[in-house]
Design a binder for this molecule. Sequence first.
Ligand code: B1M
Length: 207
Amino acid sequence: MTNFEALKTAVIKGSRNDVKAIVQEAIDNQEDVNAILDKGMIPAMREIGDRFSRNEAYVPELLVAARAMQAGLSMLEPLIAASGRKSLGKVAVGTVKGDLHDIGKNLVAIMLKGAGYDVIDLGVNCDVAKFEEALAQGAKILACSSLLTTTMPYMKDVVEHFKGKEVKIIIGGAPVTQAYADEIGAAGYSEDANGAVKLVDKILKAG
Ligand code: B1M
């Protein structure tokens, strides 16, 4: 039985070795990957964010927590990918210009790969030229991530830039909402990484 509280604490404290040990134990015990994410790792990032809002944690603490989270994610990635089917199409993911948050974007990429999509990971701080590169490589969908209210408006620039082109723009990230997606004319919004997979399935099925 995985100790999710211990995992959460290890991520919050940025104890990378403890995170790796607990995740390894969970993998050895064939724990459900979604439970590891949803009961341990993701709530930890929420908690450290809340502490940051209350001035009880600062950027260095966010950084070490993010590194610990990433270490655990890297261990889970092969398990999620192993469940993949044949390639269903090409999707690009990127965090928009001005924004360096990549954990949520990485999770979306991992889940899409696990569902059988070819994923082009454009990284962080992506401007429209970067998204254009993915289009040139055959991406049918561009999934944009934003974690800051100050970078969210750049999603509108991306949507405007690709208007009339053979590609759909979908968006997500903590401050993003369905209402915002509707307002800027994005093809879709999802609240989390699993939702992003369902959204991509739906869009590509609809042709
Ligand atoms: Co920053 N940060 N940060 N940060 N950081 C937030 C976002 C913040 C909410 C913290 C807070 O104040 N409570 C706040 C934003 C406030 C706002 O805009 N209103 C904030 C701030 C202010 C900042 C800085 C400005 C701080 C500073 O320097 N003074 C700075 C900005 C740097 C920049 O980007 N230019 C900054 C820096 C950082 C670190 C570098 C230290 C680090 C990021 C490290 C990294 O990513 N490699 C960091 C972190 C870790 C956070 C918090 C604590 C955690 C983010 C995270 O990884 N969550 C965050 C607080 C929070 O979110 N509660 C915070 C876990 C992740 C799994 O969730 O990314 O939401 P999330 O992704 C989810 C969904 O949103 C969705 O699926 C994912 C999985 O379910 N999703 C998509 C995401 N993208 C999607 C795309 C899709 C679909 C779904 O496409 C279709």
